[in-house]
Write a protein that binds this ligand. Structure first.
Ligand code: TRP
Length: 361
């Protein structure tokens, strides 16, 4: 079994769970193998190609299912095209070449990426990643493409300046000033290709996040998001008290900018790393099902998706569900996303309840 066979097979089965045709499922699985490049041929018996933090076991692929009421879930896949190397410069070149190849293949523009490329892919890159690529996989076989870049690429101490300049070039002049306080800026992301409203997104890290603070992170104009986000935070983290915080991996907020000229983001997403706050995946799945139910969404496809990824029982490991997220985008119904792992190389054993409780206390 190779990395390409393993992750391609998982993607094909996930697509079928999500109601895509066998033809679409097959062509998306081939696309993933193409984007992985030569590392797709590595047998799973040799170690992961690099030390990527894209997933906990260094699989350079992570899946997600995005849910809205009354519709089939959308399958997405996050991949590190440059995972054949640990050198950021080389990884960035490979990643950019893959994105350009997809742009030629489907005839979309990379103009926004070209506009800011020098900021995030400099000649002497720093930071934690070069370029990740996420593909949203609708029926029809044509993916929607997103790229993820590192605000620390020109030095962690310059992350704020890098983001401010990127937003300025894209016409979001006062975007950075509108963001809440953060403990770091892990990602900057751009939608490329055929999106109805392409977004520039900034991800913020929040150490020790509490339910009491969640509402204050929301910056998009609208109404009622704060309450929904607080409820979601409680349900996903399992932390009921308003002043008890996340003691493991931090929460992330994501702020989406779509209209040049507006000082405020039009979208807000809260990401909870549920794998650090649940003893095993049966519990993570139960939380996810609760969150979906709260939004009026059928959780059944998620349970089937886990079965499409692995034959192991959910209670026999933790991290198959890595994150849960709730997204509000102006003018749309809220979306719930579950990020699910490939576990190509390793399964994290369940955490015993006593040590979870100690961490939470
Ligand atoms: N694995 C990394 C993390 O846990 C990056 C990552 C992968 C991530 N998928 C994600 C972050 C989804 C937020 C949401 O931070």
């Amino acid at each position: 079994m190779t990395l390409g066979d393993h992750t391609g097979g998982q993607l094909r089965r996930l697509c079928e769970v999500a109601g895509l045709s066998a033809a679409d499922a097959g062509s998306y699985a081939r696309l993933l193998v193409d984007v992985l490049g030569p590392v797709a041929d590595r047998p799973l018996t040799v170690p992961p190609p690099n030390r990527t933090f894209l997933s906990d076991d260094h699989t350079p692929v992570e899946f997600s299912l995005s849910f809205r009421p009354g519709a089939d879930p959308t399958v997405r896949v996050l991949v590190e095209p440059g995972c054949g190397t640990d050198r950021l410069l080389e990884a960035g070149r490979v990643g950019l070449a893959q994105v350009r190849a997809m742009a030629r293949r489907w005839g979309f523009s990379t103009a926004s990426l070209d506009e800011v490329g020098d900021l995030f892919l400099p000649d002497t890159p720093q930071g934690a990643l070069a370029l990740w690529c996420a593909l949203e996989l609708p029926p029809g076989g044509v993916p929607r493409v997103k790229v993820y870049l590192d605000p620390a690429a020109s030095g962690a101490e310059h992350s704020g300046a890098t983001l401010r300049e990127a937003h300025r070039r894209l016409g979001h002049l006062r975007a950075f000033e509108s963001l809440p306080e953060a403990d770091g800026y892990p990602f900057f992301a751009l939608d490329l290709g055929e999106w109805s409203e392409p977004r520039a997104k900034v991800y913020l890290r929040h150490e020790g996040l509490t339910a009491g603070r969640v509402g204050s992170l929301v910056r998009c104009a609208g109404g009622g998001e704060e309450r929904a986000m607080v409820e979601f935070f409680r349900a996903a983290s399992g932390i009921e008290e308003s002043d008890a915080g996340l003691t493991g991996r931090p929460g992330l907020s994501c702020h989406a900018f779509t209209d040049a000229g507006s000082a405020r983001p039009s979208g807000f997403t809260l990401h909870v790393p549920v794998r650090d706050y649940a003893p095993h995946d049966a519990e993570a799945l139960a939380r996810a099902e609760g969150v979906l139910r709260d939004q009026g969404i059928d959780g059944d496809p998620l349970a089937r998706a886990l079965g499409a990824l692995t034959p192991r029982r959910p209670e026999d490991g933790v991290g198959l569900i890595a994150y849960l997220a709730l997204a509000h985008q102006r003018g749309r119904t809220p979306r719930v996303t579950a990020y699910v792992s490939s576990e190509a190389y390793a399964v994290t054993p369940p955490t015993d309840r006593a040590s979870l409780a100690a961490a939470a206390g």
